[in-house]
Write a protein that binds this ligand. Structure first.
Ligand code: CA
Length: 225
C-alpha cells in the first residue's frame, strides 16, 4: 500500500511518513500543492493525505484537479478548520473524509484503514472497547454475540469508531452519511445513534456513545479502551 502525504508543515509530514512506514505502508511526502498534484497524477498511490492550506496550490484545488482526471484515489483531507462550510467545500472538491487537526496517530490510522478498506484493500474491521465492527458483514461483534447493522447504522458506527474518543459533530455525521444536499436533519443522526445504542446493549458491548452538547458524539467504554 502506497500513501502520498501532501503537507507543508515538514515536521508533521515527515512524522506521518515515519508513522505510516512503521505500520508497513510505503509513504512519500511532498510539501506544496503543485508537487502534490504532479505526484498524485502518477497514479501509483492507494491513498492521498492532503492538507488544505498549502503553498502554490491549496488542497481544494489539488483534490478538484485529481477528480477532474477521473482519478478515484481515496483522499483524506487534513484541516485546522472545523467549520462546516470548509468541510462541505472539501467534500465538494472530491475529498472522501476529513480529519481536523490536531488528531492522534490512532485516529489517522483508523481513517486510513477505513478508506483503504472501502477501496477493497486489506483491513476488515475497526475496534473499540470489547467490540469490533466487521466491515465485511456490517456487523457489530462482542465476544460470541453479533448484530447486523443497516447501511446507515453501519456508516454512523464506522465514523464513530474511526473517531473513537474524539468528538464527531452531528453536522459531520449528517454530511458524510446522508449527504449535504439531502433533506435529513440532525434529528436523523440522533435516531440512528439511538438504534446503535440499543444494538450495542443487545450484544453486551461495553462501548457507550456519549453525547456532548454542541460538540457531538464520542465513544467511551467501561474497560480499557
Ligand atoms: Ca498547511
Amino acid at each position: 500500500m502506497k500513501i502520498l502525504i501532501i503537507e507543508d508543515e515538514k515536521v508533521l509530514a515527515d512524522s506521518l511518513k515515519l508513522m505510516l512506514q512503521s505500520k508497513g505502508f510505503e509513504a512519500d511526502a511532498v510539501y506544496d500543492g503543485e508537487s502534490g498534484e504532479q505526484y498524485a497524477m502518477l497514479n501509483i498511490y492507494d491513498l492521498i493525505i492532503l492538507d488544505i492550506m498549502l503553498p502554490k496550490q491549496n488542497g481544494y484545488q489539488v483534490a478538484k484537479h485529481i477528480r477532474q482526471q477521473h482519478n478515484s484515489v481515496p483522499i483524506l483531507m487534513l484541516t485546522a478548520r472545523s467549520d462546516i462550510d470548509d468541510k462541505v467545500h472539501g467534500l465538494d472538491s472530491g475529498a472522501d473524509y476529513y480529519l481536523t487537526k490536531p488528531f492522534d496517530a490512532r485516529e489517522l490510522l483508523a481513517c486510513v484503514n477505513a478508506l483503504l478498506r472501502r477501496q477493497g484493500s486489506q483491513v476488515n474491521e475497526l475496534g473499540f472497547g470489547n467490540t469490533r465492527l466487521d466491515m465485511e458483514s456490517a456487523s457489530l461483534i462482542c465476544g460470541d454475540n453479533s448484530v447486523r447493522l443497516s447501511a446507515r447504522e453501519f456508516e454512523v458506527m464506522r465514523m464513530l469508531m474511526a473517531s473513537g474518543t474524539n468528538h464527531i459533530s452531528k453536522e459531520t455525521l449528517l454530511t458524510k452519511v446522508w449527504g449535504y444536499d439531502s433533506n435529513a436533519v440532525e434529528n436523523h443522526v440522533e435516531v440512528y445513534v439511538g438504534f446503535l445504542r440499543k444494538k450495542l446493549v443487545s450484544i453486551g458491548s461495553d462501548v457507550r456513545i456519549e453525547a456532548v452538547r454542541r460538540l457531538g458524539y464520542h465513544l467511551e467504554c467501561d474497560g480499557k479502551c
